[in-house]
Design a protein around this ligand. Structure first.
Ligand code: 5GP
Length: 202
């Protein structure tokens, strides 16, 4: 793959708030970020749209992409629910001159970091506790009890990988976590975060 901008990875257990953080960063023009839309074999949920949240595909379509070596990384995140980053997606965004931001699982995040260590910032978002995760997932109420339990079981395993990331953000207070993430990514890319520029000069 021909390299372009930086790769910014946000990984965390489901319900940690990483999607909210990623959305906030995408809204900051000085970061020049574009979202890497993943492919998945899971069913489309609620408000999600093809090509916007995910490229939805059948399990057999997904498997044929694996066979063709089309993925930069892929994982069977939950049983029979495959998720992966298509090489073509990152190439497309790099060709547009963008830095690419990922909302992907812990194993996938670390895999990309290993492939492109010199251009990757890998951030782990830590929830206050597993109990708090449970509450957040139930509040979201987009999934069955069984699926929520599956996500909780995986969360404990994922939390143990946090030290392998470049940075850890504790998402105990959302406003603080958003600011910390903004500063961290701006630093890595080498730009001044917009909230600093907006400060009145003395
Ligand atoms: P959800 O079903 O809630 O959208 O996503 C489930 C998990 O899969 C989340 O942790 C999400 O970050 C992760 N995920 C989404 N896209 C990818 C991907 O392309 N690769 C990997 N490894 N994980 C992904």
């Amino acid at each position: 793959m021909k390299q372009g901008g930086k790769l910014i990875i946000f990984s965390a257990p489901s319900g940690s708030g990483k999607t909210t953080i990623v959305r906030h960063l995408l809204a900051q023009p000085e970061l020049n970020l574009a979202f890497s839309v993943s492919a998945t074999s899971r069913e489309c949920r609620g408000e999600e749209k093809e090509g916007n949240h995910y490229y939805f595909m059948t399990l057999s379509e997904f498997k044929s992409h694996i066979k063709n070596d089309d993925f930069l990384e892929w994982e069977e995140v939950y049983r029979d629910n495959f998720y992966g980053t298509l090489k073509s997606e990152v190439e497309r965004l790099w060709a547009e001159g963008k830095n690419v931001i990922f909302d992907i699982d812990v194993a996938g995040g670390l895999r990309i970091k290993k492939k492109y260590p010199e251009v990757t910032l890998a951030v782990f978002v830590k929830p206050p506790s597993v109990d708090e995760l449970k509450i957040r997932l139930k509040k979201r109420s987009t999934e069955s009890e069984e699926k929520i339990n599956m996500r909780i079981a995986k969360a404990s395993v994922e939390l143990a990988t946090a030290p392998q990331f470049d940075k850890i953000i504790k998402n105990y207070n959302l406003e603080e976590a958003l600011k910390e993430a903004h500063t961290m990514v701006a630093d890595y890319i080498g730009v001044t975060p917009s909230f600093e520029k907006d400060k009145p000069t003395k």
